[in-house]
Ligand binder design. Structure first.
Ligand code: AQP
Length: 335
């Protein structure tokens, strides 16, 4: 078997629930491009997952195009990886139902994301929000992915995917690999600029809480200038007592490679204004070339559609085989 055949398979997704933030870039997208040489990668824009929270249809469509353009701009190569939109591959929802029927109510009730999102959207605690982990398990298992890059917030869902896969394998016969989490080197969790105790999120209603990957330089500089910090005036890494400054230091570290003590020395005796301006500069310099590419893709819908059609076909070829295998195993009559 060639080394190509032995590459492990990775599946990762991102929701088009808004424009991508600097948090999405640092925590996910930036790593995705880097994984392509080493792994057999499938990257999906998880539009079905986005529906668990109420979306404006026209915006969801626009954000989906933006998402695909941004992933291409950030270096996802559709010749090397399979890039697709989740709803374009019906096998995800087909397997989802089978897995839903193999997930226990108690298991789903224990998911902390369900509890959190029910609290943040009390007017729309829908069934999709509750069964979201079964769809996530289907996303992974339909490709028999070996590895899933996940943040801390998703480890519980991945564990459930393993539990369901294991249950299915025992009940019927070995079918699914048990997927493992893949922790990337730089797993920084980027916090909101308006409230550094909260994760930076693309669906945050406060536009000053996040920097978007397609924000222009002036906007980026202004948002960092307004970032909530503390009154001490010393650039010092202390997540507990100086969450805002520590968050900015993590961002500065990602783009400069400087460690925390180097950053402290660089800004020793200088105020927060200087530091915030420097963070804004390195972020906008890093995003500028990606933004150039992004605009190019956004203006070429024909190319985007071609990429997505090809991605959906390649993904379906793998996923459809798994669905028919599963359908057969559970006893669905096939002609
Ligand atoms: N603040 C963050 N820091 C580091 N990583 C982050 N990710 C998201 N926010 C941060 C990572 O981005 C990937 C895609 O996430 P998602 O779109 O599937 O959903 P999410 O984690 O819920 O992202 P958002 O931006 O917070 O979306 P909304 O506002 O819609 O809920 C994941 O790998 C995630 O870890």
């Amino acid at each position: 078997m060639s080394s190509e055949d032995m590459k492990k398979r990775i599946l990762s997704g991102i929701q088009p629930s808004g424009s991508f933030t600097l948090g999405n870039y640092i925590g996910a997208i930036r790593n995705w491009a880097a994984l392509q040489d080493q792994f057999d990668c499938l990257y999906m824009v998880a539009d079905l997952h986005a529906l668990t929270v109420r979306q404006v249809p026209a915006q969801l469509r626009a954000h989906t195009c933006e998402a695909v353009s941004m992933l291409l701009a950030a270096g996802i190569d559709p010749k090397q990886s399979i890039l697709f939109v989740q709803s374009h591959v019906p096998a995800h929802t087909q397997l989802n139902w089978i897995l839903c029927c193999n997930c226990q109510f108690g298991e789903l009730s224990r998911m902390t994301q369900f509890k959190d999102k029910s609290l943040s959207h009390p007017d729309n605690v829908n069934g999709g929000l509750f069964t979201y982990p079964a769809l996530m398990a289907a996303d992974i298992l339909v490709y028999n992915a070996d590895l899933v890059p996940v943040g801390q917030d998703q480890t519980q869902h991945l564990e459930l995917a393993r539990t369901v896969a294991n249950r299915f394998n025992n009940l019927y016969s070995p079918t699914f690999h048990l997927p493992e989490g893949y922790i990337t080197k730089e797993g920084a969790k980027i916090m909101s600029l308006a409230d550094p105790s909260k994760k930076m999120s693309k669906s945050d209603p406060n536009v000053n809480s996040f920097v978007l990957m397609n924000d222009d330089k002036d906007t980026i500089i202004r948002k960092f200038k307004r970032a909530v910090t503390d009154s001490e005036g010393t650039v010092r890494y202390d997540v507990e007592n100086k969450a805002g400054i520590s968050n900015l230091m993590s961002i500065y570290h990602v783009f400069t490679g400087k460690d925390m003590s180097e950053i402290e020395n660089e800004f020793s005796g200088r105020g927060y204004a200087d530091f915030k301006a420097a963070v804004g500069e390195v972020v906008s310099d890093a995003l500028a070339p990606i933004q150039g590419e992004y605009t190019k893709y956004m203006n070429d819908k024909a190319y985007l559609n071609e990429v997505l059609k090809d991605g959906a076909e390649k993904a379906s070829r793998i996923a459809d085989r798994m669905v028919s295998k599963v359908y057969k195993k559970v006893g669905l009559y096939q002609m």
